[in-house]
Design a protein around this ligand. Structure first.
Ligand code: SF4
Length: 382
């Protein structure tokens, strides 16, 4: 069987090379050729012994994902659709900014979590991506952009990776960890731990494992300040409610490369965007609410919802977003409102859909129930 070397971190490459009777330094050379220089042809790897190149040619390859489409937004955002076989395709998005280039990477074909406001969730779930398929997204983007932008050797195009594309990365843990290690390895992409972010809907036991195995920046899709509403918006909450999630976030900070957790909060008109809910959110992260007694140092990232027909939800008007943000800022919580990028090519947050051969009947599950909004406490007459 021919092995795709994009699926190995440096330890994996070392074991593979040792299996060929080669020493570790050969794995380091190979790693640099593949990830730093973007080379896929073993014959071009000029400092590898001819005998090794011959062995590699028979047993290994460096294989990119077949590209289906490339779309470029008017704001410079680029979205790639990659074929991952059996009728499935995943999306990867590059977001250029003045001071950095961010790549949003997918971890699964579809997603089984089923968040109500997420286009991927509505498509259901087909399968996990392998490590090679995750790393291939970065490998392709980095080297295509370097060539396109004519960057000098050593200068990178992607210096920030967010695991926020299609899928729940912590439900594909075994493939995720070697992919993260490759992103961080100085012989590969050499990204800072602070510049690699795993975003999760709150898979509590795996947050703890990530802290042990490969602590990178953590973003948590929160989207609601209480369990009743979060159960509706992020079904993962029924398994791991806010008390467990907040405690896991606090534990994560012991090992995290940043001293805060980023909470993502998608602003849904009339659902989770009132000033009272903002106050409830403040109490939640301060450990002063009924849901959790744990303080979690955090940043709040408010995300304008990108509507799609099946969701039945609307974007919060700007004035409600600002009023919500004001409550958080007045409470001393660092709060940003995410700029929508790539909206004209459906590359914005929550819009990634790819093509998914659903095995979970998500469309039926997700359209059946209206969202129950917890009634606010009656106002006391003055
Ligand atoms: S928001 Fe993330 S976890 Fe939720 S359905 Fe979408 S991809 Fe899955």
């Amino acid at each position: 069987m021919v092995v795709n070397l994009l699926g190995f971190d440096l330890d994996g490459l070392t074991a593979f090379c040792q299996g060929l009777g080669e020493k570790r330094f050969r794995a380091v050379q190979l790693c640099r050729w593949i990830h730093q220089k973007g080379e896929s042809d073993f014959e071009q790897m000029s400092d590898l012994a001819k005998s090794l190149r011959t062995k590699l040619a028979g047993q290994a390859c460096v294989r990119a994902l077949p590209l289906v489409t490339e779309q470029v937004s008017s704001d410079g955002t680029i979205k790639w659709l990659f074929d991952v076989g059996d009728g499935n395709a995943v999306e990867t998005v590059f977001i250029p900014e003045a001071d950095r280039g961010t790549l949003c990477v997918s971890s699964q074909a579809g997603c089984a979590v089923g968040c109500r406001f997420c286009s991927t969730g509505h498509q259901g779930f087909s399968r996990n991506l392998g490590t090679a398929e995750i790393v291939a997204q970065l490998w392709f983007a980095e080297h295509r952009l370097r060539r396109h932008l004519k960057l000098p050797l050593g200068e990178r195009a992607v210096d920030n990776v967010v695991m926020m594309g299609m899928g729940e990365p912590l439900q594909n843990y075994a493939a995720l960890i070697p992919a993260l290690r490759t992103m961080l390895d100085d012989h590969a992409y050499g990204l800072s731990r602070r510049r690699v972010t795993v975003s999760t809907s709150g898979v509590v036991p795996m947050i703890d494992r990530l802290r042990e195995d490969c602590p990178v920046a953590l973003a948590v899709s929160l989207h609601a300040p209480n369990n009743v509403l979060r159960d509706e918006l992020v079904p993962m909450n029924r398994k791991y409610p806010l008390a467990d999630l907040m405690a896991a976030c606090a534990r994560y900070l012991d090992a995290a490369p940043r001293d805060f957790i980023t909470f993502e909060y998608c602003m849904l008109d009339g659902v989770n965007d009132s000033p009272e809910q903002a106050s409830e959110l403040v109490r939640l992260v301060r450990g002063q609410g009924p849901e959790s007694s744990v303080v979690v140092p955090c940043k709040l990232n408010l995300i304008p919802f990108n509507p799609f027909p099946a969701s039945g939800l609307q974007r919060s008007p700007e004035h409600r977003v600002q009023a919500f943000a004001r409550v958080l800022l007045d409470a001393g919580i660092v709060t940003t409102v995410r700029k929508t990028r790539g909206g004209d090519i459906d590359a914005a947050c929550g819009q990634l859909a790819g093509e998914v051969l659903d095995r979970t009947d998500a469309a039926t599950r997700m359209t059946r129930a209206p969202i129950r909004i917890q009634p606010l406490p009656a106002e006391t007459p003055r």
